[in-house]
Design a protein around this ligand. Structure first.
Ligand SMILES: *Cc1c(COP(=O)(O)O)cnc(C)c1O
Length: 378
């Protein structure tokens, strides 16, 4: 048995997270820094400043607040510590991550209502507007930017205009898009934007972050239903002495600092978007040539992850397809759509067109091994 790190040759992750990261990002973690270390505190400050700039905001206008845990913890922090006890959230749903926001509210006892659309359609904002105008108890509007369930892109700017027009606080789960799709938080009227270390910024997992409009954040005194997920408190701690309130994920933060430098070196969000778009193009061209069909209409599909329908062939099972690709060192992802059998292939993380082409070759071999002739019959 080889050591798992022998030659640093890991399987390539074509998933929505955890994602493949660069060797230099992983190497940045080979340190042990104390939570009060001056270098560490300066690193956290630099990360926070950089995140505000990445959201298209000016210092002082927005605040970046890193929070221990995975991305969901940061979503939960916004929903459970920024909504007043007499407030109410309207969640726009067209996939599993919108559903999750509703569950978070239900568990925490945050008043919530939702408006649900099918997973293969963009939310109809006229219906959202009707709901907003019909229920004055609603104080917050929440939406997912890239619904990673399918890879669809939701209209966050237009939804933000609505929230602004009706005087609601506006929350965007930009987990899987931030860093790879340009987002101008002030122009979109965003009060709270959430993402995490191990999506398009290509750090390692370990924390999420909230980019909050300062003015809105300052109004949330007394809103928290939880101590560890209290966003205002987490921010106050960081502002007071540069430290996290509880043990920080020091290694993940060092890796993230390096990941931000690599994002910059790639040409920022524009450069990264171009690489992911090239990955996406190569993938769908190759998959279509084999006869696979995408779940979404092309004009709704974003550059992050693509859902493909199961081929209609008696020999095809996802379990076997997955296992055989995995044996070849390519990791894909099951589907999450409720009304169709799909699997997903992510095009984000430290992967390049050459990796996509290698995956396509492995899929061709796998289909042959499964006795499925290509191209797939219609
Ligand atoms: C990945 C993802 C999450 C959840 O993040 P975790 O790190 O798994 O908790 C939430 N929302 C969206 C849109 C995502 O893509």
């Amino acid at each position: 048995m080889n050591h798992p790190l022998a030659g640093w040759k890991d399987k390539i992750l074509f998933t929505p997270g955890p994602l493949t990261t660069s060797r230099t990002v992983k190497q940045a973690m080979l340190r042990d820094l104390g939570s009060r270390d001056f270098e560490f505190i300066a690193t956290v400050r630099a990360i926070r400043e950089r995140l505000v700039a990445l959201a298209g905001a000016k210092p002082g206008e927005y605040e970046a607040i890193p929070l221990q845990g995975s991305g969901t913890y940061a979503v939960e922090a916004v929903l459970t510590s920024t909504v007043p006890h007499d407030g109410k959230v309207l969640v726009v749903i067209n996939g599993a991550y919108g559903q999750r926001m509703v569950r978070i509210c239900a568990v925490a006892g945050v008043a919530c209502c939702s408006i649900e659309f099918s997973e293969d359609t963009v939310p109809d904002l006229h219906r959202v507007e009707q709901t907003l105008s019909g229920d004055p108890a609603i104080t917050h509007l929440a939406i997912v930017h890239c619904e990673t369930t399918t890879g669809i892109m939701n209209p966050i700017r237009q939804a933000g205009e609505l929230a602004h027009r009706y005087g609601k606080r506006y929350f965007v789960d930009a987990m899987s898009s931030f860093g790879a799709v340009p987002i101008d938080a002030p122009a979109c009227e965003i009060d709270y934007l959430v993402s995490s270390a191990n999506k398009c910024i290509e750090g390692v997992p370990g924390f999420g972050f909230v980019i909050a409009r300062r003015k809105s954040l300052l109004e949330t005194e007394g809103c928290a239903r939880s101590l560890s997920l209290d966003l205002l408190n987490q921010w106050r701690g960081l502002e007071a002495n540069g430290q996290f309130r509880f043990t920080p994920p020091t290694h993940a933060l060092l890796a993230f600092h390096q990941a931000l430098a690599e994002l910059e070196a790639e040409g920022g969000v524009t450069g990264r978007a171009a690489r992911y778009a090239a990955n996406h193009r190569a993938l769908i061209e190759g998959m279509r040539a084999m006869g696979f069909e995408e779940y979404l209409a092309p004009e709704l599909q974003g550059p992050i992850i693509t859902s493909f329908r199961y081929p209609k062939h008696p020999n095809f099972t996802f379990e076997e397809f997955y296992r055989r690709l995995n044996e070849r060192d390519y990791v894909i992802y099951p589907g999450k759509v409720s009304n169709a059998d799909c699997f997903r292939i992510g095009h984000i993380g430290r992967i390049f067109e050459a990796d996509i082409r290698a995956l396509l070759a492995a899929i061709r071999e796998t289909m042959a091994d499964m006795g499925i002739e290509l191209p797939l019959g219609k």
